[in-house]
Write a protein that binds this ligand. Structure first.
Ligand code: ATP
Length: 294
């Protein structure tokens, strides 16, 4: 459904995307993960036919996204990272302007989406929060029943409840055989919807893997607070990977297998466990660079 073959675009500053090759099958939800500046938007610009590749091709439903732009774009639902709104409009005016451009006549799906995303569509756009604007973008992207969805950081600004609504929308569309490419710099944004993901760094694909394999390989960090110094000394002598210790708080690194941690912790008086949030850079990149060759 979506194919990239050796897609390359180098900017004059040397940055860009280099020899990107991967495929997304019909009915698949595919994550496109990378830190800021990795090349996700540049890749999406090619998928939308906004840029001519220096080398390689991008295809959507077999249509070359540059040479057959109109055909390729026909069935795409595109949610940009930053939506450009017209000044002075309210939400529903913008949605209906876009519906007109999409040739959409039936308002049933539009209304259903507004109801599910729970926002007041007559609010002037200039008064809207980032999350509300994002909801408008989601309505516009989903209302015309596209075959292929290309979504750039779709849940940014949405609260957890609305993220759940969004996930349900994606899974419902997937069940209908729709195809998704979801770009993100956050693993948690894609792990509940995607089956596979590509990781991009400095314009190059680092790996394309099943999401469960990525979850397993993901390095997790926990701060464990123990009741006393004696327990701290004992845990330090265990086989767990300990990054550092601060008073009674021991920072432990887990990769994939939790059983050893659970078994070890059962020996102590544990006062608190908290997971340490990490950027995608921390989670994958440093780990891959230093400890694993792909
Ligand atoms: N028109 C351009 N001219 C020069 N450099 C560019 C241009 N567009 C993008 N770049 C550079 O190419 C690299 C990839 O940018 P891109 O916007 O694709 O990254 P990204 O992964 O989408 O990041 P973000 O999540 O921040 O949007 C960056 O270093 C960026 O500065």
């Amino acid at each position: 459904m979506i194919q990239l073959q050796g897609l390359t675009q180098q900017f004059s500053n040397g940055r860009g995307i280099f020899d990107l090759t991967f495929e997304v099958g019909k009915g698949e939800v595919f994550g496109f993960l990378g830190p800021n500046g990795a090349g996700k938007s540049t890749t999406i610009r090619h998928l939308m036919g906004y840029m001519k590749p220096q080398k390689g091709i991008a295809l959507i439903q077999g249509f070359n996204t540059w040479e057959q732009q109109e055909k390729a774009r026909e069935k795409i639902g595109y949610l940009p990272g930053e939506i450009s709104f017209m000044d002075g409009m309210n939400g529903i005016e913008f949605i209906d302007l876009m519906a007109g451009m999409q040739g959409l006549k039936d308002k049933k799906r539009r209304n259903e989406l507004i109801e599910r995303l729970q926002f007041e569509p007559k609010t002037p756009i200039r008064k809207m929060s980032k999350g509300m604007k994002q909801k408008i973008g989601i309505v516009v992207t989903f209302m015309h029943n596209p075959e292929v969805y290309i979504l750039d950081e779709p849940t940014s600004g949405l609260d957890p409840l609305m993220q759940r609504v969004f996930i349900d929308l994606v899974l419902e569309e997937k069940a209908k055989g729709k195809t998704f490419l979801i770009s993100s710099h956050s693993f948690s944004e894609i792990e509940r919807t995607c089956e596979r993901a590509a990781i991009i760094k400095d314009g190059r694909i680092v790996t394309v893997k099943n999401i469960h394999d990525l979850q397993f390989m993901q390095r997790k960090i926990y701060d464990i607070t123990l009741a006393n110094k004696h327990d701290v000394e004992k845990i330090q002598a265990s086989n767990l990977i300990i990054e550092n210790t601060n008073d009674n708080v021991v920072r432990i690194i887990i990769q994939g297998d939790y059983n050893e941690l659970i078994e070890e912790l059962s020996k102590y008086n544990v006062k608190n466990i908290s997971s340490v949030s990490q950027s995608l850079e921390d989670v994958f990149m440093n780990y891959y660079d230093t400890r694993r060759s792909l």
